[in-house]
Every structure is written in C-alpha cells, then in structure tokens.
Design a protein around this ligand. Structure first.
Ligand SMILES: Cc1cc2nc3c(=O)[nH]c(=O)nc-3n(C[C@H](O)[C@H](O)[C@H](O)COP(=O)(O)O)c2cc1C
Length: 199
C-alpha cells in the first residue's frame, strides 16, 4: 500500500513538516543534518549544518553558526541559499530554497543561546574564526581554556560569535522515490502555488 502522501499534496506538506519538526528534536533523524549551499559569484560550496528550528506557520528553518565563518560573509553578499535533505529509509528528498537573515547579539540569538548546551558552546570559543590557517593540528580553543574544561560562565564569551541563520523559505521541492513510480512536487511558498512535477 502506498502512503497517504503518495498522491496528495496536502499530505505531502503534512509529512515534510512532521519530518522537519522531528529533526529538530531527534538526534538520529537524517533530516537533522542537511547540506546548506550558498554562493557568491563562482565560489559555490556546500556544508553540513544542524537543523535547530522549524516553523511551519512562519515558513522558517534555522541553524547556528559562528559569525566569523566564511559562509556568513558569503550570505552578506548573497542572501539566497538552499538546504538539501535526504532520508534514505523513507526515500524522501527535500530541496528548500531560502532567503537568509543573519542574527547576532539580538533577541533571536538571545533565545537560542540560552538553550545552547555547555558542550555545544565550545564551537564558539575559538581564538580565530573557523577556516583560519593554523600552524598545526588544533581545535582552535581559546588558549587559556581547555577543550572540555571550562565553566558555563566562561562559555558566555562565545555569545559574541554565536549566530543564528534564519532561513525564510521561498520554495520546497519534494521527491519521493517509489518502485511503483517516483513522485515529485513543488511548493512555491512565496507565490502560494503548488504543483506536481515529472520526477
Ligand atoms: C555533523 C556536522 C554538523 C555540523 N553542524 C554545523 C552547524 O550547525 N553550523 C555550522 O556552521 N557548521 C556546522 N558543521 C561544520 C560545517 O559543515 C563546516 O565545516 C563549517 O561550518 C565551515 O563552513 P564554512 O567555511 O563554509 O563557513 C557541521 C559539520 C558536521 C560534520
């Protein structure tokens, strides 16, 4: 038997949002670590990020990063980006086109930083920004702090670098692989249109 979302656009929307919502809280969800792709001119690149928030009503997805990471500079020049998800078990791919908003030291980051655990704060406690050249192998940790041995109070320093990338969804493209025939659909959020596509 085919799932409810096989031939029903409303069911697809329900399904994809339930997968995105689950990924935010479920560490083992494959949708938790999408590839985020952005580009300035010809320098096209993708990288894995962790999905930290999904909001169906506002049509947003969020992930965290370091203000000093190269992708932030790229996004300042070109806000258009894409998130690609794939769940191998469920055979579902999502290609999400987004417009990004960089948040640093504002109410959005304040809310997310409070929920950021001690271990995760380590990412924002480096002397130099991600991607900086180093003389040798390094975690980049601030010289006076140990990799795992810092207090919650010391971790507050990381807040300066802590950045929330809010991705405002333009469109979501769905692809479901099935033996009986694949199914593909596009949800154009901006123009409030939806269509089946030839897979
Ligand atoms: C499983 C996994 C999760 C990651 N999560 C994030 C993340 O949430 N945010 C982030 O900026 N980088 C994350 N990274 C690191 C990025 O993939 C990338 O290496 C880093 O952000 C530098 O990218 P940039 O040079 O394009 O800025 C993650 C990497 C892996 C393997």
């Amino acid at each position: 038997m085919q799932p409810a979302y096989y031939e029903n656009l409303e069911e697809i929307q329900k399904k994809l949002w339930s997968m995105l919502d689950d990924a935010v809280v479920n560490r083992s969800s494959p949708f938790r670590i999408p590839v985020f792709i952005c580009a300035d001119q010809n320098d096209i690149d993708g990288r894995i990020v962790v999905l930290r928030k999904s909001d169906k009503n506002k049509n947003i997805l969020q992930f965290h990063t370091d203000l000093r990471s190269p992708k932030v500079n790229i996004l300042k020049k070109n806000k258009n980006a894409s998130l690609v998800f794939y769940d191998k078990e469920q055979k579902i791919q999502l290609r999400v086109k987004v417009i990004c908003e960089i948040n640093n030291k504002n109410s959005v980051t304040e809310e997310s930083w409070k929920k950021t655990q001690h271990i995760s704060r380590r990412c924002y406690l480096t002397d130099s920004g991600p991607g900086s050249i180093s003389d040798g192998p390094t975690s980049g940790m601030i010289s006076k702090l140990e990799d795992f041995d810092y207090t919650m109070e010391q971790s507050e320093k990381g807040y300066e670098n802590f950045t929330v990338v809010k991705c405002n969804i333009k469109s979501i493209e769905w692809l479901y692989l099935a033996a009986k025939g694949h199914r593909r659909a596009i949800f154009d959020i901006k123009n409030k249109k939806q269509n089946w596509l030839v897979p």
